[in-house]
Design a protein around this ligand. Structure first.
Ligand code: OOG
Ligand code: NI
Length: 464
């Protein structure tokens, strides 16, 4: 029997999610059109960027690239979602502690992990688990746990197909289509709350996130984010298309070599919901829009530098709840990041950034070392795209969605062990993935250039 690849199943799923979300949230369609227009214009105006993206074989992923986000209620749900996502080649990478921003959740990113899968379709889902133990009102927490224990977020047929995929190592075409249709049910919006108006309001008073997770039958997808090549243009043009963005773009400043991840979002829609029991209705804000620009992944030293610069910026110029001080924040951000190297080769040489190597023209002879190959133009470097998320940015997106642009900092209380126990697996270390990918690309290029005597097995950053 022939199986559909997990890449193909992921592509079907991401297209189906996009279609569903377009139906559910009309502004999403507007955003997708805007991002496509900006990307087309950016590529047309910048032939070097177009050539670099094509040479790195990354043009195809750009148009389909999305990330979504969901929030889960129980450890069992996280465990089951991991099984579901595995069928489409999504694996948990990284641990994000959002208690640092006063949010009662911790998270991981389910994403493809090898370069071929990322090139095929890098669809990812930022997945959070609520932490009832962080609530002050433990009676309410116990009630919330009871409500959550009654729901089943995965359809019986989806469970059956996950079992089949695990037993036979994949799904055939018909099963795959069935699986995608069933999986979609988990992430659909439910206008009918499973709780009474009274319970909803008590949960909401404890924390809006708790109400969002506990009051509904499933973990509705709360945003689906396209990737743009020019987030400053998108931020500028959003109002022209009737969308109001948050006050500042999260993440690093604009640079000539983009680093990590820059994100902006628009506020959640207020939607009508119907409470249990009564014919009474109310409103709830769950779904919002987000756009992002992805730059080069940073090595540990680069990431530490990023975290330091960002913390310094936030300490110097904090943005207020209504977006006050946004201009000062932007200027400070640029100024504080200015000393950081902004040239890809220099960043690689300073152990700041991960690259992918590519073979250029083949030299006539054996060369003495990698630096000589680079300097003579035989070995070419492309930025390795950052495939993950940033906790401070994620917190800013959560906050903005909760109605405030205020940047706040709280005492942290990470609990990675509990998260991994729920997941039933360890989260994968993203730094190891990037390093392995860099080393593999280097060795492939060296072989293609007839320089096998320079093959390397070492982790560049780990040894320096
Ligand atoms: C997730 C927010 C984080 C991002 O892009 O950083 C996120 C959520 O609101 O559930 O999606
Ligand atoms: Ni997001």
């Amino acid at each position: 029997m022939t199986h559909l690849s997990s890449d193909a199943i992921r592509s079907l799923f991401s297209a189906a999610m996009s279609e569903m979300y377009r139906q559910e949230v009309p502004q999403y369609g507007t955003l997708i059109d805007l991002v496509r227009d900006v990307n087309d214009a950016t590529l047309a105006a910048n032939p070097a960027l177009r050539a670099q993206i094509s040479a790195a074989d990354e043009m195809a992923r750009l148009d389909v690239e999305r990330h979504g986000a969901i929030r889960l209620g129980t450890p069992q749900e996280l465990f089951l979602i991991r099984q579901m996502f595995a069928v489409m080649g999504l694996h948990p990478v990284g641990y994000y502690d959002l208690s640092v921003a006063g949010l009662p959740v911790h998270s991981t990113a389910f994403r493809p992990i090898d370069s071929a899968a990322l090139r095929a379709n890098p669809f990812r889902v930022f997945t959070s688990l609520i932490r009832l133990e962080l609530l002050e009102d433990q009676d309410l927490a116990a009630q919330a746990a009871q409500i959550l224990a009654k729901r089943d977020i995965i359809t019986p047929r989806a469970k059956e197909l996950i079992g089949i995929a695990q037993a036979q190592g994949g799904l055939n075409k018909e099963q795959a289509h069935d699986f995608v249709a069933q999986a979609l049910e988990t992430f659909r919006w439910h206008a009918h709350a499973t709780v009474s108006a009274d319970t909803y309001h008590r949960l909401h008073d404890a924390h809006r996130l708790i109400a969002d997770v506990v009051s509904f039958a499933g973990p509705h997808i709360n945003h689906l984010t396209p990737r743009t090549l020019d987030i400053d243009a998108v931020q500028r043009m959003m109002p022209e298309r009737g969308i109001t963005p948050k006050a500042v773009i999260e993440g690093p400043p604009k640079r000539s070599v983009d680093i990590l991840l820059r994100q902006t979002s628009f506020k959640a829609l207020e939607e009508t919901i119907v409470f249990k029991g009564a014919a009474q209705s109310g409103t709830h804000t769950a779904r919002f829009g987000e756009i992002e620009q992805r730059g080069v992944a940073l090595k540990p030293a680069g990431r530490a530098l990023y975290d330091r610069c960002l913390a310094q910026t936030r300490a110097t110029a904090a943005v207020g709840a209504k977006g006050e001080n946004a201009d000062q924040y932007r200027a400070t951000l640029e100024q504080i990041f200015a000393p950081m190297a902004d040239d890809l080769l220099q960043m690689w040489r300073e152990d700041l950034a991960f690259v992918h190597f590519r073979a250029g023209p083949r030299p006539a002879d054996k060369m003495s070392d990698i630096d000589a190959l680079i300097d003579a133009g035989h070995l070419l470097l492309d930025p390795q795209i950052y495939e993950d998320f940033l906790p401070v940015s994620a917190a800013g997106i959560f906050q903005s969605n909760l109605g405030s642009d205020a940047q706040s900092t709280f005492a942290q209380s990470a609990n990675r062990d509990a998260f991994e126990a729920a997941l039933g697996a360890s989260v994968i270390d993203e730094m190891q993935l990037y390093q392995a990918s860099e080393t593999r690309s280097l060795n492939d290029a060296l072989r293609a250039l007839g320089q096998s005597h320079l093959l390397t097995t070492q982790d560049h950053y780990a040894t320096t």
